[in-house]
Design a protein around this ligand. Structure first.
Ligand code: PFF
Length: 456
């Protein structure tokens, strides 16, 4: 007989909580966004601004999400409703579900490219290729009619098969192994990169301090990045928070995750840029950096063939564990609010991602009629990317901050964040309460306004 009401799962230890939350934060953002932005917008100066954004904006939202999740032990929609059943606040949960799907539609496409590059690297496809050849390989990878869709399927099936196993046997077991593996792989790449001739120029690119390149736009970019990086504003951390152990020190966990995620981003930068400079290339952002520059420069260094494989394996790990956390948001919603079994929910959600994701991947192929569909003048790929990063996430974050600052009972928040008085962190709680009421929402409002100002 099927068990009707299964006990809600939780992570088993503090370490599991840390690795799972970190595995959501660490993703493709660490590899193709963060190092480039840091290098191009003032190095150490950008880092300083990024840290300020983390403290003033990202951490307060992260702690709020953790509180909402652990307090209610529910999915984002159920969690918000459990705290405040009336009024418009439930929209936070619905927007979260929408954002999770939107990000998955294009992120799974990129994850598919990453998976395919592991096998291309293994078969030596990149050896001795020129930049032009690598450009061709990438264009073919992204815009072939069938192959990218199959790889996207593979990436989604891997994520779905882990999620079917549940919170402990799936998410916890995988992330506890994969996070340390990822770290070891990055460090191996770092050691190789730092021993290249001229490596220090690459390191200087990331760490030089140049305040003159900091403009208003750069500050906004750092704010947006801190948000996307830490998977905030869409209920991911509410969902993972709902699995936290009751004795977890949530403020400390949030801090540790933010610091570790930034370290991973810097280590990725250190793995990439020395080689880029060593071969006289100019750093670039996005797919170009990951899929063209990296195969090009790594193929020229001794043991580079192995290095390319390792680098794409670690990128695939990062992409996969980030996707786990996004899909889990929608899966828990269906399990708890629509009362379907976990297995069915995973099947349903991954099918939705597969179907719409296929259209997103097809939109990259100019010969396919799907590429003519242009909501707001954007390709489907760019539409889902921009609608989530520029609109849904900052708006979601703003609403979460307002909800935490003005709707949630302050006393209860204190009790929960101090684990019923067990932790001696009164001062930190006071700082958090001040930020989440007066600083975080104001800054997020500014970001949101500027983001929709550039919309279209
Ligand atoms: N934090 C991930 C990255 O940096 O790639 C992206 C992400 C994951 C965003 C999960 C949002 C999310 F819910």
């Amino acid at each position: 007989m099927e068990k009707k009401s299964q006990e809600r799962e939780r992570f088993s230890t503090g370490l599991a909580v840390f690795f799972a939350t970190l595995s959501s934060a660490v993703g493709l953002g660490n590899i193709w966004k963060f190092p480039y932005l840091t290098g191009n917008y003032g190095g150490g100066a950008f880092l300083l601004i990024y840290f300020i954004c983390i403290v003033l904006v990202a951490l307060p939202v992260m702690i709020s999400e953790m509180y909402i999740g652990r307090k209610t032990r529910k999915n984002p929609i159920g969690a918000i409703a459990a705290i405040k059943s009336r009024g418009p606040w439930k929209i936070i949960g619905y927007m979260g579900i929408l954002s999770a799907f939107f990000i998955l539609f294009f992120y799974s496409s990129v994850a598919g490219w990453v998976y395919s590059y592991i096998f291309k690297a293994l078969s030596g496809t990149f050896a001795n290729s020129s930049y032009k050849e690598l450009d061709n390989i990438f264009n073919k990878t992204a815009s072939s009619p069938v192959a990218p869709i199959i790889w996207q399927f593979v990436a989604i099936i891997v994520v779905a098969s882990i999620l079917v196993l549940g919170v402990k046997k799936g998410i916890e077991r995988m992330t506890k192994v994969l996070m340390p593996v990822l770290l070891i792989l990055i460090i191996i790449c770092d050691i190789r990169a730092l021993t290249l001739p001229g490596a220090m120029q690459g390191v200087a690119f990331i760490f030089k301090v140049d305040f003159s390149s900091i403009t208003k736009e750069v500050i906004l970019m750092a704010l947006g990045l801190s948000f996307f990086k830490l998977s905030l504003g869409m209920g991911t951390i509410i969902t993972y928070g709902s699995y936290f152990t009751s004795d977890n020190n949530m403020i400390a966990t949030a801090g540790k995750v933010a610091v570790s995620d930034t370290i991973v981003s810097l280590l990725a930068g250190i793995a990439i840029f020395p080689a880029v400079f060593s071969f006289g290339m100019t750093p670039q952002q996005g797919p170009g950096l990951l899929f063209k520059t990296i195969p090009l420069v790594f193929s020229k260094v001794p043991f580079g063939g192995v290095l390319i494989v390792l680098f794409f394996v670690l990128s695939a790990i990062a992409a996969t564990t980030a996707m786990l956390s996004m899909l889990e948001v929608v899966v828990t919603y269906f399990v708890e609010e629509k009362k379907v079994s976990r297995r069915k929910a995973v099947l349903l959600c991954s099918t939705i991602v597969l179907v719409i994701g296929t259209f997103v991947t097809m939109s990259q192929n100019g010969a396919n009629p799907v590429s003519k569909i242009k909501p707001f003048g954007l390709s489907l790929f760019d539409f889902f990317d921009q609608a989530s990063s520029n609109v849904l996430l900052p708006l979601g974050g703003l609403l979460i901050a307002l909800f935490a600052g003005y709707v949630i009972d302050k006393k209860d928040m204190k009790t929960e964040l101090s684990n019923y008085g067990e932790l001696k962190n009164k001062k930190l709680i006071r700082i958090y309460t001040f930020l989440v009421r007066y600083i975080t929402p104001v800054l997020l409002f500014i970001v949101f306004m500027s983001m929709i100002g550039v919309w279209g």
